[in-house]
Design a protein around this ligand. Structure first.
Ligand SMILES: CC(C)(COP(=O)(O)OP(=O)(O)OC[C@H]1O[C@@H](n2cnc3c(N)ncnc32)[C@H](O)[C@@H]1OP(=O)(O)O)[C@@H](O)C(=O)NCCC(=O)NCCS
Length: 204
């Protein structure tokens, strides 16, 4: 059986806390992206040999970002990073998402994506979220479809995985009416709105 197909049994009543990423989280995120499950399902990179190299890669992903971690019992079990593109694509962002294999199936991915999309919609007013997902990653495809992402195209033989080459889909979620805040006051209002949204939804 390939990595990640089986998944972990769901734990009912698990309390998931989502907060902004801090520097102290980097070791946990490094361990997550080096897990066989994440690499099988989501990565086109070789494993990061050391934390410093991972930090350098992460810090190079762009200047405008919204990164969150999910915790269960004080342990970082998931990460989602949203990276806004520059210049004439500044209405667009891409993101990557991962949950520690032993904590999958508990709603962590959904909670992280919900928070990220709220920030993209309410705070940044983005018009397009985009991502690439391996074509056999059924969990991620199902999750993204639930949040309104649609397949835009198929990349054939996209990535090496052992001896095989795996296809990938480009997916995107479009909001035509979106726009960034036009003033400091509007930004402050959006921050209040996001805080209110997070308080109401994350308490569910
Ligand atoms: C994809 C991933 C982020 C989902 O995180 P998760 O915490 O396990 O997912 P959740 O428990 O929040 O479930 C969210 C949705 O994912 C889908 N999903 C979860 N487990 C699934 C499974 N075993 N089979 C099919 N779909 C599944 C469902 O649509 C589910 O919604 P539902 O609970 O309403 O049915 C996680 O599996 C992961 O990190 N995988 C490795 C890295 C990866 O693939 N990242 C995405 C790269 S594009």
């Amino acid at each position: 059986m390939s990595a990640c197909v089986r998944g972990a049994p769901a734990r009912t009543g698990v309390a998931i806390a989502v907060r902004l990423r801090e520097d102290r989280d980097d070791l946990s995120i490094f361990e997550l992206v080096n897990e066989a499950c994440f690499r099988h399902g989501a990565s086109h990179l070789d494993p990061f040999p050391a934390l410093d190299g991972f930090r350098a890669w992460l810090s190079g992903l762009g200047d405008t970002r919204f990164e969150t971690v999910a915790e269960i019992d004080g342990q970082v079990v998931g990460f989602c990073g949203l990276y806004i593109l520059p210049q004439r694509r500044n209405h667009c962002a891409w993101f990557f998402l991962g949950v520690r294999e032993s904590f999958q199936g508990n709603g962590v991915g959904k909670r992280l994506l919900q928070t990220t999309i709220a920030a993209a919609d309410i705070l940044f007013g983005l018009g397009r979220l985009e991502l690439t997902v391996f074509a056999d990653n059924e969990k991620a495809l199902s999750l993204y479809r639930k949040f309104g992402f649609e397949i835009e195209g198929r990349h054939r033989n996209f990535v090496h995985r052992g001896d095989e080459r795996v296809d990938a889909y480009s997916m995107a979620r479009i909001r035509a009416e979106a726009g960034p805040p036009n003033s400091v006051e509007e930004l402050q209002e959006r921050i209040r709105e996001l805080a209110c949204w997070l308080r109401s939804r994350l308490a569910e």
